[in-house]
Ligand binder design. Structure first.
Ligand code: GLN
Ligand code: ZN
Length: 757
């Protein structure tokens, strides 16, 4: 029995790569110094994996920014606007990753997109009609040789040809199929080079195979690989899939001349069933993804044992593998000083997953697997009653009935009641919640954490910021005010800290994109509202003004999606527990005189399953009810808002309407307002505030520009349903651009209002 991983985190245990890269961007270190840090990380990872006893150690999983971007450079798919700058190879690469503004020119970065259903983002390759795909880079070979110099024969990892073509954006009239021959030739050459270098195996990552595939797509995949595999140059080829099962191409995978097939048994709902129904080719090795690469919980050995033992009935050779690259989990538990030993024993980050693989291997090699001490310890861990059970919460969630997800009276009735209550002008103006988080607020929070500032002094500062923010909004003339969210470091972490059931890490960073990392909190036990979370700040803010003050909360689906979820209860159960806690806060706000409450679902779309056929059953059927439960208990005259950070919800538009909020604000300015037609066609019922300007850029939108955006909106949305607001929170902006931007927004709304009444 051998072991393998698909890839290892490359940021370094303490985010060394991030810090070195940022120093390089600021001109503080040289390219050679950056490369030194990179090499140190690679060699550290290599030794760690070697010493853990791992059999298949990946190479080329390292990247300075993103692996898809690396592949674009490998295959000569780099738009000319970057190469034409005349920069060094490394700087050309960073120009494509981050944009470039300097002596040599001014170019924007390539687009960035979410990597399947993860929180990682990749750079979207751009392929023009003139593009000539061919093997031009050397990074995979260089890194293979680097490891070889250390005496380690690695398994090089390269993004597969099919997935690369599927992820690219085509700027001309050609499509993926037009590049099939060229890319097959490039990969053939790649195998040839690895053959010369003496590589035994090459892993080609093909996660796009777990998505719904049309016949044309399967045919494209087959035609590319028939060519690539026609001559393997003595190298064994592993096709590695992850993030789901390969139900649309399992037979093709088995028939093509691959030497290894990597399947995901963690997220692949049908992976086991596919093997059971179709068997597994005797001449191939099955790389069985049984150690979850995406989550941080300790593997359940009994469960893994039973899966692998069954797989061994079908496959002649089975390798124990992770379900996806370990890129999606933090590096190591070793740097967590505040987690209790009791909690820690349940977790396995990347380094600890190497230990799991080694233990599993030993268990499989033993004559009596279930008698080994590792197995028994693991069984004890998984069978012990879990800490953090809250019987009250469980009972409440279990008792939910249809009525709990239904807010009465119906929307149209509430709309009338609320119009009368608030008597807001036509096209009411508001913001999304946060105001600029200035240096004084961040410094105070750091001082509070270090014990250099008392809680009382900190809270006084927050109150002062709120008072200033309210006064500012009154001066600007906004209609519905916010308190500014100064008390929050982050829209999930803040709530997590106020809830029972959450754990926080110190160094457990995961790469989100490039040098940006996130530290998702861990849902450890049943979630319950330990104390009021925002009532104090919202009621204080409301006490300063006669205008309605929006209460500001994060919704259950977003809190869940931006955390490491539990595996011992379902996502649905967790979502309902969080919803219960947020619902209590909503009712508390209402009881304390807050008349409008916004529940942000910024990340609702993020975890939409990769296959459309799973959207409802696996996700929307509980995600939408979780949101509805949050607000179904409020009075008819209390107005519920929600906010989403994207506007690509055309395909789930009825579900969004079914959240049954009274008002929804969302990003629209960057996507050319295309969503407006969709709203119109679908008779969208909820009142809407499509963002009238882009807050992600420091520029100040003119009044005329905002009026023009409003005119476009009014052409498709009834004036009585339209709100006027920026497209997201203002916390990353400065006051210098925020104040004039909001003044222009209010002035534009007033003029358009007069023209329409
Ligand atoms: N209310 C939050 C804010 O204004 C929403 C942030 C978000 O959409 N990501 O910052
Ligand atoms: Zn947003």
């Amino acid at each position: 029995m051998k072991t393998s991983i698909i890839g290892y985190p490359r940021i370094g245990n303490l985010r060394e790569l991030k810090f070195a890269s940022e120093q390089y961007f600021r001109g503080e270190i040289t390219a050679a110094e950056l490369e030194q840090t990179a090499k140190a990380i690679r060699l550290y990872n290599l030794n760690l994996q070697k010493n853990s006893g791992l059999d298949f150690i990946p190479s080329n999983d390292f990247s300075f920014y993103d692996g898809v971007l690396d592949t674009a450079f490998l295959l000569n798919a780099v738009p000319e606007r970057y190469t034409a700058l005349g920069l060094s190879a490394l700087d050309t690469y960073f120009a494509a990753a981050r944009g470039y503004q300097g002596e040599k020119g001014d170019v924007k970065a390539l687009a960035m997109k979410k990597w399947y259903n993860t929180n990682y983002h990749y750079m979207v390759p751009e392929i023009s009609d003139a593009a000539e795909l061919k093997l031009v880079g050397t990074k995979p070979f260089d890194l293979f040789r680097e490891a070889l110099d250390q005496g380690v024969q690695t398994k090089p990892v390269v993004l597969g040809a099919y997935t690369f073509l599927k992820l690219a954006r085509y700027t001309g009239t050609k499509t993926a199929a037009d590049f099939a021959d060229a890319i097959a030739a490039a990969y053939s050459e790649l195998l040839c080079r690895f053959g010369e270098l003496g590589a035994a195996w090459v892993q080609l990552d093909e996660p796009s195979l777990v998505k719904d595939m049309t016949e044309a797509e399967t045919a494209l995949f087959v035609s590319i690989y028939e060519k690539i595999l026609a001559n393997k140059h003595g190298v064994q080829v592993l096709v590695q899939t992850y993030f789901g099962d390969v139900r649309d191409c399992y037979n093709q995978l088995c028939t093509l001349d691959f030497d290894g097939i990597g399947l995901d048994f963690a997220e692949g709902k049908q992976s086991l069933a596919l093997v059971r129904a179709n068997g597994f080719p005797k001449d191939k090795t099955l790389f069985a993804g049984v150690v979850n690469g995406k989550n941080i919980w300790h593997n359940n050995y009994a469960h893994t044992l039973s899966i692998v033992q069954e797989l061994q009935k079908y496959a002649a050779q089975t390798v124990l593998n992770t379900s996806c690259s370990l890129l999606h989990v933090p590096c190591t538990l070793a740097n967590e000083t505040k987690l209790s030993a009791d909690c820690k024993q349940h977790f396995a980050f990347a380094k600890e997953k190497l230990t799991e693989l080694a233990e599993l291997k030993a268990i499989f090699q033993s004559a009596q697997p279930t008698d080994t001490s590792a197995y028994r310890q693991n069984a004890a861990l998984h069978s012990a009653p879990r800490a953090g059970v809250n019987a009250d919460v469980r009972a409440k969630v279990a008792a939910l009935t249809d009525r709990d997800f239904l807010r009465l009276p119906a929307f149209s009735e509430r709309e009338k009641i609320q119009k009368a209550r608030f008597a807001l002008p036509l096209l009411p103006t508001t913001t999304i919640g946060s105001f600029p988080q200035t240096a004084d607020v961040k410094a105070a929070r750091t001082a509070l954490r270090k014990g250099e500032l008392s809680a009382a002094d900190y809270e006084q500062l927050i109150e002062r910021k709120i008072a200033e923010c309210v006064a500012l909004q009154e001066e600007i003339g906004l209609d519905v005010l916010v308190h500014g969210e100064f008390e929050r470091n982050d829209m999930v972490e803040y709530f997590g800290e106020c809830l029972d059931g959450y754990l926080f890490t110190e160094k457990a960073w995961v790469q989100s994109y490039g040098t940006r990392c996130v530290k998702p909190p861990i849902i450890w036990g049943d979630i319950a509202r330990a104390k009021p979370m925002t009532v104090r700040w919202s009621s204080y803010a409301q006490s300063l003004t006669d205008k309605p003050m929006k209460g500001m909360l994060t919704g259950p689906v977003t809190i869940l999606n931006w955390s490491f979820p539990r595996e011992d209860i379902s996502l649905k159960e967790s979502a309902f527990q969080i919803a219960l806690a947020i619902r209590e806060e909503v009712l508390d706000l209402e009881a304390n005189g807050i008349r409008i409450i916004q529940v942000d679902e910024a990340a609702l779309r993020e975890k939409l399953p990769l296959r459309k056929s799973d959207w409802r059953t696996d996700y929307l059927d509980w995600a939408i009810p979780a949101f509805r439960f949050v607000h179904s208990g409020v009075r008819p005259e209390t107005q519920i808002h929600t906010h989403m950070c994207y506007s690509e919800f055309a395909d789930i538009i009825t579900d969004i309407d079914n959240m049954d909020a009274d008002v929804i604000t969302f990003e629209a300015s960057r996507s050319d307002l295309t969503i407006l037609d969709v709203l119109k066609e679908n008779h969208f019922r909820t009142e809407v505030g499509p963002g009238v300007y882009d807050i992600h850029s420091p520029r100040i939108p003119s009044k005329e520009e905002i009026k023009a955006a409003l005119a476009q909106m009014l052409a498709r949305i009834p004036a009585a349903k339209l709100w006027v607001n920026p497209d997201c929170g203002l916390k990353t902006r400065g006051n210098a651009e925020t104040v004039p931007s909001l003044k222009n927004l209010v002035a534009a709304a007033k003029e358009v209002r007069n023209e329409n009444s």
